[in-house]
Write a protein that binds this ligand. Structure first.
Ligand SMILES: Cc1cc2nc3c(=O)[nH]c(=O)nc-3n(C[C@H](O)[C@H](O)[C@H](O)COP(=O)(O)OP(=O)(O)OC[C@H]3O[C@@H](n4cnc5c(N)ncnc54)[C@H](O)[C@@H]3O)c2cc1C
Length: 379
């Protein structure tokens, strides 16, 4: 692993830093969900106008053809500038790259541009009440109807559905085939009365995610991605992109929060306390390990052309470290960190979901046990 940036990478970073210096995202509107979302959407538009919405996308689709290292630099700098994740993060990181692999030329032409500009937001309709970790158990069904499909079913935990135009929806189209083989990947138009979006309130008080109730919603044939019956393979492309892209942003965000906590502890004279210094030191070490593991994952992709188990390792480590940081903030700052609406109170509560979203810790441990340690498969 070589962590020295090449001349081209340094130039990429400097150009980006200069752009962020000239494009301050402004203060984060806390605890006002719609305003917060609008802030993220506006900032994505500014990134788009500056040609920075998706540096990792190929030039012909509006990206910069950034290498993996440049892409990592992008997320590190985004975190450094305290800029928000673009509003259409699921379209940029999951939907667009999935279309580039499986989409027809017409689909790429139709859908990629509005993802970049945040004109059309995308959400991910995979999980169902009885199909989360075991995604292939999903029951939402799509039945042939003329030159299209009629979809009926229920999805759950659909982040950002309330703002979305398109939903990456996996549904069952063949009821006789083995469960992984009877699935098809669709793009569902959310703007139809047959799709009901009901917000789910989280422990933080926000409603980032929703339930979707779908009854005879129509999807034209041209919105099938990757062919009928091929949904499992297309969904795997989406899932593989989910962990790879975010690792750098998340580790930089964690670093920033740890630095803020160290400042708060210093301001209260707490760093003189050996136990406190020890706990902060332990989190510093974990944060550094995360950064280096994220880079090691990158090296693996560059060498072998596909993500290794590092993506699962970083997601597992990041989520637990982030939870520990929230707990430590509550210990150190006491009542101040527990007040409803406070920054640390929010972080403490929001971190609970980290070990569930994007693959639960138990599932990640299974992956590491089976694919890294070569232990026998659990039943
Ligand atoms: C904040 C947040 C945002 C989300 N956003 C989206 C979204 O936008 N779109 C979407 O489709 N989904 C989304 N999800 C859903 C998420 O992907 C699922 O919650 C996750 O995959 C787990 O599925 P489940 O909730 O059905 O739990 P289950 O799969 O039912 O798991 C329940 C428990 O059993 C454990 N378990 C299950 N199988 C095994 C096994 N084989 N070995 C060991 N333990 C096991 C799990 O680890 C967990 O502790 C989101 C979740 C959260 C928390």
């Amino acid at each position: 692993m070589d962590l020295t940036f090449s001349e081209r990478e340094t130039a990429f970073r400097d150009e980006l830093r200069a752009w962020f210096a000239a494009n301050d995202p402004g203060p984060e509107p806390l605890h006002r969900e719609d305003e917060h979302y609008a802030w993220r959407r506006d900032f994505q538009r500014r990134l788009y106008e500056g040609g920075w919405a998706a540096p990792h996308w190929p030039v012909e689709h509006g990206g910069r053809g950034a290498t993996l290292t440049e892409s990592a630099i992008f997320f590190e700098e985004l975190g450094r500038a305290r800029a928000p994740l673009p509003a259409n993060v699921l379209g940029l990181l999951l939907g667009g790259p999935t279309l580039m692999v499986w989409g027809t030329e017409e689909q790429k032409e139709r859908f990629l541009g509005p993802i970049l500009s945040a004109d059309e937001i995308w959400c991910q309709g995979f999980s169902e009440p009885d199909a989360g970790s075991d995604l292939a158990a999903l029951k939402t069904r799509a039945l042939r109807d003329g030159d299209g499909w009629l979809v009926t079913g229920q999805k759950v935990w659909t982040s950002g559905a309330q703002y979305s135009k398109w939903c990456m929806l996996v549904a069952r189209t063949d009821f006789k085939a083995p469960k992984h083989k009877g699935l098809t990947y669709f793009l569902l138009d959310m703007e139809q009365p047959e799709v009901q979006v009901r917000p789910l309130r989280q422990i933080t008080g926000e409603s980032e995610f929703n339930e979707l109730f779908i009854e005879d919603a129509r999807i034209p044939d041209e919105n099938v991605i990757g062919g009928v019956g091929n949904g499992w393979k297309v969904a795997l492309t989406t899932l593989m992109n989910e962990r790879a892209g975010l690792a750098f942003f998340l580790q930089v965000r964690l670093r920033r929060m740890l630095d803020d906590l160290i400042d708060e502890a210093a301001a209260r004279g707490l760093l003189e306390d050996d136990v406190v210094a020890d706990k902060l030191g332990a989190l510093h070490v974990k944060t550094e390990i995360l950064r280096l593991t994220a880079y090691r994952g990158l090296t693996a992709i560059e060498k072998y052309g596909q993500p290794g188990p590092e993506g699962s390792l970083t997601k597992w480590m990041w989520s637990e470290t982030n939870q520990q940081l929230g707990q430590l903030a509550a210990e150190l700052l006491g009542g101040d960190a527990l007040v409803a609406g406070s920054r640390w109170g929010y972080e403490l509560l929001r971190a609970r979901g980290n070990t569930i979203e994007g693959g639960t810790t138990e599932i990640l441990k299974n992956i590491v046990a089976e694919r890294v340690l070569g232990l026998p498969k659990g039943r």
